[in-house]
Design a protein around this ligand. Structure first.
Ligand code: FAD
Length: 293
C-alpha cells in the first residue's frame, strides 16, 4: 500500500520508525523487536538506512519481513550522499523487487572528515537528486523526504532551507517527516511558514520518546532540537530512576501527540528506537483517540 492512501483517509494515525541491526549477531533480536512493533499494527513502519554502509545491509530484509508477516505497509529509507550512481540504482531495483512501494529519499549525513571537502565532484550532493533518480527508475514509488522545523544545521537560514524543501517536494516528494521535535510550537510555526511557501503535502511530525536520561545528550547532539524547560525539569527530577524516567518520557511524548492531533495533525511518526514496550504504551495511551477520529 502506498502511504498516500493512508494520508488521504484523514484519520488520526500513528506510525513507528525502527532501525535495522548493525551486525549479523544481533539480527534476530532486532528482527524480533521490529515484529513486536509490527504486531501493534501501526498505520505504517519506516526502516532506516545507514549512510556509510553499516546498517544499510538489512533495511530491506526488515522492511520485507514486517510487510509480509504482519501486512503493515513499510517505508524503506535510502540515502545517496556517500554512494555512486550505480549503487543507488542497484538499491532502487532491489527495493522494487522486494515489493516495497514507499521510499524515504534522504541525502544522509556527510561522512566524517569530508565536511569541508569540495562536493562538486560527488555524484550526489542533495536528496533532491535521489528523488529524481527514484522518479526516473520507472517504478511507481510513493516518495517521502525529511524536513527540519528548527532548520537543517547546514542551512544559512530558514528561508533558504524552505526554498530547497519546496524544490524537493516539486521534484516528487509526496510527504515529509520532520526531525524530532520536543516543542510543538516550533512545529506549528514551521507549518505556517511552509504552507505560506506553497508546500501542501502531508507533514508528519517526528516524536522521539526519551525514556532514559542518557538519551538526552545524544538526541540533542544528533538532532540539534530544542529541549523545553518543561522537559528538562522532568529529566532533572526523574532521570535517576529508570522506571520513573520511562513513565515520564512516555507521558511527555503522549502529551505532545495529543496536542498535535488536537491541532489538526492527522499522522504522527514515532521514533520507537526498536522498543516494543514503549511503542505499545504510547499506542495504548491513545487507543480511544485513534479509534474514533
Ligand atoms: P537535503 O534535502 O539534501 O538537505 C540537506 C541540506 O542541504 C539542507 O541544509 C538543505 O537546505 C540543503 N539543500 C537541499 N537541496 C539543496 C540544493 N539543491 N542546493 C543547495 N543546498 C541544498 N540519515 C541516514 O543516514 N539514514 C536514515 O535512514 C535517515 N533517516 C532520516 C529520517 C528523517 C525523518 C530525518 C529528518 C533525517 C533522517 N536522516 C537519516 C538524517 C539525514 O540524512 C540528515 O539529516 C542529512 O544531513 C540531510 O538529509 P536530507 O535528506 O534532509 O538532505
Amino acid at each position: 500500500m502506498k502511504l498516500t492512501e493512508i494520508f488521504n483517509k484523514k484519520q488520526l494515525s500513528l506510525s513507528f520508525e525502527v532501525f535495522p541491526p548493525k551486525t549479523d549477531t544481533v539480527f534476530d533480536s532486532v528482527k524480533n523487536a521490529t515484529e513486536e512493533i509490527a504486531a501493534l499494527h501501526p498505520s505504517f513502519m519506516s526502516v532506516t538506512y545507514g549512510a556509510g554502509g553499516g546498517t544499510s545491509k538489512y533495511t530491506l530484509d526488515i522492511a520485507k519481513n514486517i510487510k509480509q508477516r504482519y501486512g503493515v505497509p513499510t517505508l524503506a529509507h535510502l540515502t545517496c550522499v556517500s554512494s555512486t550512481r550505480e549503487t543507488v540504482r542497484e538499491k532502487i531495483s532491489e527495493i522494487k523487487k522486494a515489493g516495497i512501494q514507499n521510499v524515504m529519499a534522504l541525502r544522509g549525513d556527510i561522512p566524517a572528515g569530508l565536511e569541508n571537502a569540495d562536493r562538486s565532484t560527488w555524484e550526489y550532493q542533495h536528496a533532491i537528486q535521489l528523488v529524481r533518480e527514484l522518479k526516473a527508475s520507472g517504478a511507481d514509488f510513493c516518495i517521502g523526504g525529511a524536513c527540519y522545523p528548527e532548520v537543517h544545521p547546514e542551512s544559512i537560514n530558514q528561508s533558504e532551507d524552505i526554498r530547497y524543501l519546496k524544490e524537493k517536494v516539486d521534484a516528487g516528494c509526496e510527504f515529509l517527516t520532520t526531525q524530532m521535535i520536543f516543542d510543538n510550537n516550533l512545529f506549528y510555526n514551521f507549518m505556517y511558514k511552509i504552507r505560506e511557501a506553497g508546500i501542501t503535502v502531508p507533514i508528519l511530525p517526528g516524536i522521539m520518546p526519551i525514556t532514559n536520561a542518557n538519551q538526552v545528550d545524544r538526541a540533542i547532539k544528533l538532532s540539534g532540537s530544542f529541549m523545553p524547560q518543561r522537559f528538562k525539569s522532568l529529566v532533572d527530577k526523574f532521570g535517576s530512576s529508570p522506571a520513573a524516567m520511562k513513565q515520564a518520557g512516555i507521558a511527555y511524548a503522549t502529551d505532545q501527540i495529543i496536542d498535535l492531533f488536537a491541532n489538526g495533525i492527522t499522522n504522527v511518526h514515532v521514533y520507537s528506537m526498536n522498543k516494543p514496550d514503549v511503542a505499545a504504551k504510547i499506542q495504548a495511551n491513545l487507543s480511544d483517540i485513534l479509534g474514533q477520529f
